[in-house]
Write a protein that binds this ligand. Structure first.
Ligand code: T4K
Length: 398
């Protein structure tokens, strides 16, 4: 296989992204129908019938009492913190998350305390979390990285013992579960992102799942400026409503989700098969502890066995128009805002994982997905076989 680093011509004609939206033709058609109906009703936002239907469908799908739709998952977390009175003290979370998990705490006046991860799951380590809980702790906020849910029973027990709240960033975890229990089923509220790059999308959007009806009522008031009845704001709310057009897009994809998940599962299987014998690669298992939606495929690169560093492999793939990502790199604790404000925590497992990790595309523009995954695996194999020359060529192009 010829490589772009030598020939100058990329394998793929157009860039293949991690997180490129998945929009099947049927979803586009369904969306147009639902959006037209919304235009026909002339109700475009403010808790319209499509948003109401989506709330019901998402709650049923996750076997939880209430699904509260919001404009995005960052606002979901902010509303939750506000509704739970978490506006001071410390929040324990992993640095291996999207920066919004930490930022939402900061916005509400909580100080994020970054804990290390479990190297197998990449999720908040209960051991390090317990170690870092002080009298100032008010909340534990694990992130279910790549849809692998954190050990919620252990964290729920810890939160109860230490008198703090548990809520979870389930941004990646639509249609996932931990030992058969989906997000929202562990007695703690959890929020999911419906961003365009996610497995299940409303373009921009998110949802809070909770089994607590009083909390759900409070969240519905807070997302609508604090209005509990017309002309009377009983709470200091914000605008976090989902539009009917966003709800239409999400509703249109619901009937095709099982097929979508099967397709993503086939991409995973193809990557796993084709990369199994490439030295120096370890694949992140996503479905050992529960169900996964297979939106993310991640692996770890061991430079000495693979022959090229993780960043070298990322660059060689970029030249082929494969825009793999070092997901959550460099970690929240190493991002400028937190470096300047907080003493740098020692997070050895996080640093090791983020120095080696890479996520590969699982959706593709204009290509048959399994064939595309096989081609990417073939490129990685070819890069490994000529790793020395590839490294030299990359240094020359710098
Ligand atoms: N917690 C976790 C664990 C999260 O991962 C996120 C969001 C949140 C909380 C907060 O959820 P939201 O408030 O967003 O609902 C993206 C997304 O903006 C963000 O939603 C996501 N996580 C984060 C991990 O990634 P970027 O800026 O790093 O990626 P972006 O938008 O450039 O998309 C990645 C690639 O996908 C692009 O390079 C090109 C491709 N793409 C993207 C979009 C949006 C397309 O081809 N078409 C598109 O429409 O933030």
């Amino acid at each position: 296989m010829d490589l772009a680093v030598f020939s100058g011509s990329p394998f793929f004609a157009v860039p293949q992204h991690v997180g490129g939206p998945v929009v099947e033709p049927e979803v586009r058609e369904g969306f147009h129908r639902l959006a037209d109906a919304a235009f026909g009703r002339n109700q475009l936002t403010n808790s319209g019938p499509l948003a109401a239907r989506l709330e019901e469908e998402v709650a049923v799908r996750h076997r939880v009492g209430d699904a509260v739709l919001v404009a995005n998952a960052t606002l979901a977390q902010m509303l939750l913190l506000r509704a739970l009175g978490l506006t001071s003290g410390e929040a324990l979370l992993s640095a291996n998350t999207f920066v919004s998990t930490a930022h939402a705490c900061e916005w509400l006046g909580m100080r994020p305390i970054f804990c290390d991860i479990d190297p197998d799951t990449l999720n908040l380590s209960p051991v390090d979390c317990e170690r870092k809980i002080t009298a100032a702790a008010r909340a534990i906020i694990p992130t279910h990285v790549f849809g692998v849910m954190a050990d919620m029973p252990v964290l729920a027990d810890m939160a109860a013992r230490r008198g703090v709240r548990l809520l979870a960033d389930a941004a990646h975890a639509f249609d996932c579960d931990f030992g058969g229990v989906p997000p929202g089923g562990f007695g703690a509220p959890e929020f999911i992102s419906f961003h365009a790059t996610k497995y299940f999308s409303s373009l921009e959007g998110g949802v809070i799942l909770t089994g607590d009806p009083a909390l759900a009522d409070e969240l519905r008031i807070l997302r609508n400026f604090g209005f509990s009845r017309p002309f009377d704001a009983c709470g200091c709310g914000i605008n976090a409503k989902m539009s009917e057009i966003s709800a239409a897009f999400a509703l249109a994809s619901l009937p095709f989700l099982d097929r979508r998940r099967r397709g993503l599962g086939e991409v995973h299987a193809a990557y796993r098969r084709e990369l199994a014998d490439v030295p120096g690669l370890r694949i992140h298992p996503v479905d050992r502890l529960g169900r996964n939606n297979y939106r993310y495929f991640a692996l770890f690169v061991d430079e000495s066995a693979f022959g090229l560093s993780r960043d070298g492999l990322l660059e060689a793939l970029r030249l082929e128009n494969v825009l793999a990502r070092h997901y959550f790199y460099p970690g929240c604790h190493r991002m400028g805002y937190y470096q300047d404000r907080l003493p740098r925590p020692e997070l050895p497992a996080t640093d090791r994982a983020l120095a080696a990790i890479m996520a590969l595309p699982t959706s593709f523009v204009g290509l048959e997905p399994v064939a595309a995954a096989k081609s990417i695996a073939g490129l990685i194999q070819a890069i490994h076989e000529r790793a020395g020359e590839v490294g030299l060529a990359l240094r020359k192009t710098k």
